[in-house]
Write a protein of this length. Structure first.
Length: 257
């Protein structure tokens, strides 16, 4: 299923479930009020604990997702700089060795851009990533051979570390894209949202039936927060995206004439 459709379905399901539990909680509260007067002892402490835990979980989940989103954008800039630096240092090699390496760089950068264009097709993206890794191995072999044949000490000391940084950033970006909170965190988030809805509806029982705006507002606020957290966690698949930062790599590719 398309990720955007899946996320929208989950959050819509959460929204409707919260509205349902708000109404269930309100009816349970009305039934209790019909039998007895006064709130049960300790109910406020339970509500405070559930709502406090939900607020903390939402806050920490959002902060973590936003931090990882910024880190992924920063890694795009780092890769652009790493590839650009290594490409410029090809000038240290003999002229006859530069042509093949520059062409390999162009194909490698094309492949790196294609990896993220293939998403959300994970199989195609992984295949393109394997191709980019193979091109990196070819670039490294070509650079080693060129340094041995006449690149000199300057080329060896400056070019090879730059190539190593260019290769390392690929692994860093790949792992960063796979770094997400454990699934149990999202399960807890959904579960606490539903539990808070039931308690909120129970607490609204004494107010009467004219609380529909409050119920919709509560459910919408939590649901939108959850949706934003999910979208920030997967910034290549939803509405919140890091694609605009790929323009730095595109511009670098255009400069490789």
């Amino acid at each position: 299923m398309n990720y955007l459709l899946l996320t929208l379905s989950l959050t819509l399901g959460l929204f409707l479930s919260m509205l349902l539990l708000l109404e269930v909680g309100r009816r349970l509260g009305r039934r209790r009020l019909a039998k007895e007067t006064g709130a049960p002892a300790g109910l406020g402490a339970v509500e405070g604990a559930i709502f406090g835990l939900l607020g903390l979980l939402l806050a920490f989940s959002f902060a973590g997702a936003a931090s990882r989103f910024d880190a992924r954008r920063h890694l795009i800039v780092e890769e652009t700089n790493a590839i650009g630096t290594a490409y410029l240092r090809l000038d240290l090699l003999p002229a006859e060795a530069q042509t093949a390496l520059r062409e390999s760089f162009r194909r490698h950068l094309d492949s790196r851009l294609e990896v993220y264009r293939r998403l959300p097709d994970l199989a195609a993206a992984k295949a393109e990533l394997a191709r980019a890794t193979q091109l990196q191995a070819e670039i490294w072999s070509q650079a080693i051979a060129a340094c041995r044949e006449g690149g000199g000490q300057a080329a060896t000391m400056l070019l090879l570390p730059a190539l190593n940084a260019m290769i390392d950033i690929t692994t860093t970006r790949t792992l960063a894209a796979q770094m997400h909170p454990p699934t149990v965190i999202f399960v807890m988030l959904f579960g606490l949202a539903l539990a808070a809805s039931l308690l909120a509806g129970y607490g609204l029982a004494a107010v009467g039936s004219g609380t529909w705006m409050h119920r919709i507002g509560f459910a919408a606020a939590v649901t939108v927060s959850v949706y934003v957290i999910l979208d920030l966690e997967f910034p290549r698949l939803g509405l919140i995206r890091v694609d605009a930062f790929d323009q730095a790599l595109v511009e670098l590719r255009d400069s490789m004439k």
